[in-house]
Design a protein. Structure first.
Length: 485
């Protein structure tokens, strides 16, 4: 099997005839096949991937220039539409539903000659942190199969972790790319809100959702971001002011010293934070200072409000977004006879949705209801506004914030599935970036004494993915060696 390192290296190997796309795809198909127990894929597009590989090999032999993602093998989360392919959001309500069109992000990958190898398992409608809420059953963490891979984009993370594709797409509404990347020991990037088009993404909470990227090197992640960040008039919330950045140029203007970082006292000393994870972050802080960067401690008084604000706002948006699944126009339709239309909707939705999705629809409907709107929804909006103001202040003084991704490393299957609040609380460090729309990344820098990986989260200012990539590269290359706790 081809030993993939980076896209640049792969392209070199293709041009020198050391490998070809068909061989590479065959290798990944074999890997997917032999790792079936991990349950990372919902569907594998075998024939199609091989055909595209063959076509690309022929074009190359004919002397055609290589496009940016020529033959790059990518998997996508089962909430991202790809025309003519099933997309189900890992839900019974969308069983066998076929995409009518491709998401803009997917189309941009295809336009650059990427090969989409399959769709990946996830939590139902991207609601969850463990991949245990999927109609297809859980995905297993390849680092230790007794443990969850994280969620909701667990399948996409494991597909990269276990070398079943080169890179993959997930979505991050409250941490669903960064947290599974953290638990699986790979890179997970959530771009800022509006950087990648949401057109063709099955909505969970529209003012939070973003397509994110899983990979193993900063350069590859930057390349995918560059390709997918093209302004798209089909998503009116996209940042269209500036043309897409040349994200792959991050190295040209990177500094190895002199960045200004901060971290929050309340996060590092939070009682839920595993001490070894805190130690890893402190070691990074020391390494950064030693390399000539400024790292300062800041206060973050709002920490305890962010998880409640996130769950009020996202469930409210979800209750509205998911009202379209009524079993009439499409989706699961009950076989039971219904007395009237209301009973019909109720049957379709009761049978089609899983437990966690139902919980969130009900919670969201409750916080939006007339009597409670001010007490919950409005209050959460106020918290969101305060967080945005807080970050504006922070980024007037600093280039980046460093923080944990998750309070703990991956947990065991079944450990928290009866306690949704405990699972929600574990989102404490990731939902901040979504509430404020900032770009953030999880970098695989550490290994815990329990044998599991964990990472460091870095967050930069609005629309500043470029600085995020520069800093990530610096951390992955220089600081990694020095920062071992
Ligand atoms: N764990 C979070 C939730 O369940 C994040 C989900 C996501 O980012 N899609 O809402």
């Amino acid at each position: 099997m081809y030993h993939f390192k980076t896209i640049a290296r792969y392209h070199q190997d293709l041009q020198q005839g050391n490998t070809n796309c068909v061989n590479v795809v065959e290798g990944y198909l074999a890997a997917i096949d032999s790792a079936k127990n991990l349950n990372a894929f919902v569907e594998v597009f075998k024939e199609e991937a091989l055909q595209k590989a063959k076509l690309l090999d022929d074009q190359r032999k004919g002397g055609a220039a290589l496009k940016k993602l020529h033959g790059v093998v990518i998997a996508i989360k089962d909430v991202i539409c790809y025309e003519g392919h099933k997309v189900t959001a890992a839900s019974g309500i969308l069983e066998n539903f076929v995409s009518q069109y491709s998401a803009s992000a997917v189309q941009l990958l295809l336009d650059e000659d990427a090969i989409i190898i399959g769709s990946c398992n996830c939590d139902e409608f991207a609601m969850g942190s463990s991949n245990e809420n999927s109609v297809y059953g859980p995905t297993l963490n390849a680092a230790n199969t007794a443990y969850i891979p994280g969620g909701s984009s667990g399948g996409s993370a494991v597909a990269v972790q276990a070398n079943m594709c080169m890179l993959s797409l997930g979505t991050d509404t409250g941490g669903s790319v960064r947290q599974p990347a953290d638990f699986c020991g790979i890179i997970g990037l959530k771009p800022g809100y509006g950087t990648i088009s949401r057109y063709g993404l099955i909505a969970y909470a529209s003012s939070f959702d973003q397509v994110g990227i899983f990979g193993k090197t900063v350069s590859d992640v930057a390349l995918l971001l560059e390709v997918m960040s093209k302004p798209d008039e089909l998503d009116s919330t996209m940042n269209t002011e500036a043309p897409a950045h040349a994200f792959t140029n991050y190295a040209a203007s990177a500094k190895s010293t002199g960045y200004r970082f901060c971290y929050f006292r309340q996060m590092i000393s939070h009682p839920s934070l595993d001490r070894e994870i805190a130690a890893g972050i402190i070691a990074t802080i020391n390494a950064l200072r030693k390399a000539g960067h400024v790292v300062e401690e800041q206060e973050f008084e709002l920490l305890d409000y962010i998880v409640p604000a996130y769950y009020v706002l996202t469930t409210a948006e979800a209750s509205s977004n998911l009202s379209r699944y009524d079993g009439i126009r499409y989706g699961h339709r009950s076989k039971e006879a219904a007395e009237d239309l209301t009973a019909f909707y109720k049957q379709n939705r009761s049978e089609g949705f899983g437990m966690e999705v139902k919980r969130r629809i009900m919670l969201g409907t409750f916080v939006l209801s007339a009597g409670y709107y001010d007490a919950y929804f409005n209050k959460a909006q106020q918290v969101r506004k305060m967080l945005v103001e807080k970050t504006a202040l922070i980024f007037s003084k600093f280039d980046a914030v460093i923080l944990p991704n998750s309070p703990t490393t991956a947990w065991k299957f079944g450990e928290k599935d009866k306690d949704p609040i405990a699972v929600y609380l574990a989102d404490i460090f990731t939902v901040f970036a979504n509430l404020t729309g900032l770009p953030a990344i999880s970098l695989p820098l550490f290994k815990h004494s329990n044998g599991l990986p964990f990472g460091l989260q870095v967050m930069t200012n609005k629309k500043d993915e470029l600085t995020l990539l520069k800093i990530s590269d610096e951390l992955m290359q220089q600081v990694k060696a020095a920062a071992k706790p």
